[in-house]
Design a protein around this ligand. Structure first.
Ligand code: ADP
Length: 612
């Protein structure tokens, strides 16, 4: 027998499970049954093509045995079993990003953690330590000639692996229950838990000799024969989520391709939705036989939040991943399901704005990916996008369609501004003109928006146009023209600005868009807007700063004062300092000021002068 020490994260995880999860501890049983069911699925699948396995005739089932006096629970499956290496690599080691996310979430919200969260994070097997002082695994892999191995741990720092006693294929897990978890050695209690969480498991679960799970292939039943509670339980069973789903689709389709599907849209995004090892929990069955639990080819990437089951008779039983990837049947199913899911979302968007907003807050970013990825669904997807705008208030958002309906006569573009958050972007001086003219501007504050505006391009022939672009043909209002410096003074002042700023800017021009601010930076002919530039920097693709055009407001009192001082030799230093400060202020507002020290020093000197 050999002793192993857990890695640091594993110890942390165990400590959390043992010491901070006191409610909903019954979830441990669901996790163990789910592992057993996965192991049985693997055997069933392998038997389709290979009969040379250990205990080939053993019935595929899960058996739970209870010892009320000895306070022990034993769960046995006739599944694929584990090798010695599996025990060390898969059981002894933190594998998924979910586990790490779990540790992080627990650290953040220490008090609110409960046992139910385990399901969402895929912590799995270790849930056993919520209720057990000691856990022993006895296992024998299905490969001919594989030997039996035993794994054991008390959930503190170490575990042991040694020779096992199991004579047939499969795995036996024995829990020595904690004093305060003795209830899990009682028949009635365990039967209740199995019914609650594992009613839909595809293999018989026997507790004290009696089969407890009852429901078979819910998705094949007609919609009239399924109750709301069954739908809800099935969703929770398949997703590990403890909330109700936001909505569902139950389809029985016949035609070019025949299949049953039961799909759910969750209320909240699972914690690892954007991690590489995210598991979709979208199950594929062929002829009622389980094939995959993470069927990537049933829906496009951007709909990966959808959970459920798809069952078709039109795939061979022994389908491999390669087959599903290239199968025309799968392609047809994907096309139909994508359309159905997007239509469901479209219905909410139209008829149930509240549900849709709830959905969009959680998953909207994926639809934005969709616009770039799925040209075929472009029109459906564009209708589903929502953005904050200068017209919406609080958390409210607008669709592109609503924006276009509100457009002013003669307005031929959809205007947007990119930024990090609402409070920052609404202060962008480039918005002043739009505000004064009552032209709505979309406020795009999601990092992905930088990419999607390009993918959208135009909506109903209206081009998405950044308000930071220099060549906007905006026209001026009489109020703006009023009170302006005359042209020759303005030109002379611009020269002075260019003199002082030199290479820092592409050009300095008189502004047609500013109302309240003295100056603003806009993007020159070849430049990237400020947000894109910052994003490139974040991705370490600093292309060097692109030069901007400084637009100066010729009606602003400060600018007019500077024009007045411009000709006095004794004010030269002051004028230069103000010009530098005006430019630095514009950089600061767009989030690109690299030298705050110089900024503050100049400001201090100017204030000192003003207060002297
Ligand atoms: P997950 O099930 O999310 O992968 P677990 O910690 O529950 O995480 O299990 C880790 C791994 O241990 C599983 O992926 C599987 O390979 C193996 N395993 C667990 N239980 C069993 C079992 N009853 N039979 C065979 N393998 C198992």
């Amino acid at each position: 027998m050999q002793q192993f020490e857990y890695k640091a994260e594993m110890k942390q995880l165990l400590k959390l499970i043992v010491h901070s999860l006191y409610t909903h501890r019954d979830v441990f049983l669901r996790e163990l049954i789910s592992n057993a069911s996965d192991a049985l699925n693997k055997v069933r699948f392998r038997k389709l093509t290979d009969s040379d396995i250990q205990s080939a005739d053993a019935p595929l089932q899960i058996t739970i045995t209870l010892d009320d006096e000895g306070k022990a629970l034993t769960l046995e499956d006739t599944g694929i079993g584990m090798t010695r290496n599996d025990l060390i690599e898969r059981i002894g080691t933190v594998a998924s990003s979910g586990t790490l996310a779990f540790i992080e979430a627990a650290a953040e919200q220490a008090k609110q953690m409960d046992g139910r969260m385990i399901g969402q994070f895929g912590v799995g097997f270790y849930a056993a330590f919520m209720v057990a002082d000691e856990v022993t695994i006895d296992t024998r892999h299905a490969d001919p000639g594989a030997e039996a191995w035993q794994w054991s741990s008390d959930g503190s720092g170490t575990y042991t692996v040694g020779e096992g006693t199991r004579e047939t294929r499969g795995t036996t897990i024995t829990l020595k229950l904690k004093e305060d978890a003795a209830e899990f050695a009682k028949d009635w209690r365990v039967k209740d838990v199995v019914r609650k969480y594992s009613n839909f498991v595809d293999f018989p679960i026997l507790v004290a000799g009696e089969q407890v799970n009852t429901v078979k292939a819910l998705w094949r039943k007609s919609t009239d024969n399924v109750t709301e509670d069954e739908y809800k339980e099935f969703y929770q069973f398949i997703s590990g989520d403890f909330q109700e789903p936001l909505d569902r689709l139950h389809l029985h389709l016949e035609g070019a391709v025949t299949f049953d599907a039961l799909l759910f849209i969750p209320k909240t995004a699972p914690p690892n939705l954007f991690q590489e090892d995210y598991q979709r929990k979208l199950h594929l069955y062929a002829n009622n036989v389980f094939i995959q639990d993470d069927a990537k080819d049933l829906l496009p990437e951007y709909l990966r939040f959808v959970r459920g089951v798809v069952d078709t008779d039109q795939l061979p039983l022994n389908v491999s991943r390669e087959v599903t990837q290239n199968s025309p049947v799968m392609a047809k199913i994907q096309k139909i399901l994508t359309k159905r899911v997007l239509n469901l979302l479209g219905d909410w968007a139209k008829n149930d704005a509240e549900t849709y907003a709830e959905f969009f807050n959680e998953f909207g970013v994926l639809l934005k990916y969709g616009v770039s990825e799925d040209y075929a669904q472009r029109d459906r997807l564009l209708k589903l996008l929502r953005y904050a705008s200068t017209t919406t208030e609080g958390d409210a958002m607008t669709s592109l369609e609503e924006y276009v309906n509100r457009m002013k006569d003669g307005q031929d573009a959809i205007y947007y501004v990119l930024g990090e958050h609402r409070d920052q972007v609404i202060k962008n001086p480039n918005l002043e003109y739009f505000r004064q003219h009552g032209i709505e501007v979309l406020l795009l504050t999601d990092p992905i928006d930088v990419f999607t505006v390009n993918a959208i391009g135009t909506y109903e022939e209206k081009e998405l146009t950044s308000i930071d672009k220099a060549d906007l043909d905006l026209g001026e209002t009489p109020e703006q023209t009023e009170g302006k410096l005359d042209d020759s003074t303005a030109d002379a002042l611009l020269l002075r600005f260019k003199d002082v700023l030199g290479e820092a800017v592409e050009d300095v021009v008189a502004s047609k868009r500013l109302v309240d601010s003295p100056a603003t930076l806009v993007v020159g002919s070849s430049g990237l807007d400020a947000q894109t530039e910052r994003l490139m920097k974040m991705m370490n693709q600093d292309l060097g700063p692109t030069k901007r055009i400084l637009e100066v407001n010729m009606a602003h009192p400060l600018i007019k004062n500077v024009a007045g001082l411009r000709e006095q030799p004794e004010s030269a230093a002051l004028v230069e300092s103000v010009i530098n400060q005006v430019y630095a202020g514009a950089l600061l507002l767009e989030g690109n000021l690299d030298d705050p020290t110089a900024f503050v020093e100049r400001m201090t000197a100017l204030m000192e002068k003003a207060t002297a």
